[in-house]
Write a protein that binds this ligand. Structure first.
Ligand code: ATP
Ligand code: LTN
Length: 336
């Protein structure tokens, strides 16, 4: 069975972009792939996280993975900091990745912009992400559009490692959805919907109540004119809302245009709010059931045990290739 790996940061409450661009799709891979899904808390601390809040955010992210349909019988769900190999391989790969290639990462440029002081972890963040993926010999990495460049960096670093030290890592491939790979902010269709948006009107979080959803959709920015047509160049705000409506209802863009022909933005927004509420209802229900069951800690513990088992083998291989850890692996011993 081929392997899939992906991760989500526990850096805030998950939103519709995380859901349609990532975690909903994770569940689509469960039957065909051996899946590893990680709550990347070590990535989250590249910007300050309140230590009193972080455990709650980690638990909540796990609950949303499960509520979105992740089946712990089929997929391995775990927390990154419970598996020490991630940090260890990350250091080894930092010695292979170059300063130049890390400096070109758009996410780093965006997140560091205007900040006088940011952590060095924010800069080396993509190397830790490469370690996450490579430790599981992943074939595919389902992510949203914004992570494509990071997966590309992972491929480059893995190839460089392989050519320098001998065949060690499998070269993974990013799987980006055709639609919903970049859901935009409801307040600014130039920006992606983001958990770190200081304005909560920009995103619909998976925990929003019906009233909050109605209010956010009603206040979402629109374009000039009043037609509901999918035209991302001329009408980026409406195109974003149509995309969300399509993802919630399963309707094609042309069907949506036909449904709202001759009707204005107000009608469309009402229907969109209803569609989002309907799409999120089963998630809320499942979230509640998992939260009440108290099963999350056990699921994460079992996940970490499995992840430790798999990743330690790959780490051992990489260390041996690099000539490290002679105590654990005497010279000449074949690991594969
Ligand atoms: P932040 O904006 O605070 O950096 P985030 O909302 O981008 O966080 P991540 O944990 O970094 O969340 O991303 C988790 C997954 O969700 C990734 O695969 C990412 O590509 C995807 N994703 C994030 N935002 C969007 C979006 N607006 N549209 C589609 N996919 C998204
Ligand atoms: N960088 C990603 C989260 C992430 C990830 C990964 C995604 C960390 N490690 C490995 C896929 C595979 C983000 O910010 N969304």
């Amino acid at each position: 069975m081929k392997r899939a790996f992906s991760g989500v940061q526990p850096s805030g409450v998950l939103h519709l972009g995380n859901y349609f661009g990532a975690i909903k799709r994770f569940t689509d891979f469960q039957d065909e792939y051996d899946c590893y899904y990680c709550i990347v808390d070590l990535h989250a601390i590249t910007v300050y996280q309140d230590p009193k809040e972080l455990p709650r955010l980690i638990n909540d992210t796990a609950l949303y993975y499960l509520a979105a349909g992740l089946d712990p019988e089929k997929s391995t769900l775990f927390v990154q900091s419970d598996v020490p190999c991630h940090a260890e391989l990350s250091w080894m790969l930092e010695c292979v990745a170059t300063f130049g290639e890390l400096s070109r990462m758009t996410q780093f440029k965006e997140k560091s912009k205007g900040n006088e002081s940011f952590s060095s972890g924010l800069f080396t963040y993509p190397v830790l992400m490469a370690a996450d993926i490579l430790l599981y010999d992943a074939d595919v990495v389902p992510v949203g559009e914004d992570q494509k460049q990071h997966v590309e960096l992972c491929r480059n670093v893995a190839q460089r490692f392989n050519s320098r030290y001998g065949e060690t890592f499998k070269i993974p491939e990013a799987i980006i959805p055709k639609f919903g790979a970049r859901i935009k902010s409801l307040q600014d269709p130039e920006k992606k919907m983001s958990k770190s948006d200081p304005n909560p009107l920009g995103y619909i979080s998976l925990s929003d109540s019906k009233d909050e959803i109605v209010n956010k959709v009603r206040r979402a920015v629109t374009d000039s004119g009043r037609e509901i047509v999918y035209s991302p160049e001329d009408k980026p705000a409406i195109a974003n809302l149509i995309t969300i409506y399509s993802l919630c209802t399963g309707l094609e863009f042309s069907e949506i245009e036909r449904e709202f022909e001759g009707r204005g933005y107000a009608d469309f927004k009402q229907a969109l709010a209803d569609a989002i509420i309907e799409a999120l209802a089963p998630i809320h229900e499942k979230y509640r059931r998992y939260a009440e069951s108290g099963m999350v800690a056990t699921i994460l513990k079992q996940g970490a045990a499995k992840a430790n088992e798999v990743s330690s083998q790959v780490l051992k291989r990489a260390k041996q290739r690099m000539g490290l850890s002679l105590l654990a692996d005497p010279v000449g011993r074949k690991l594969r």
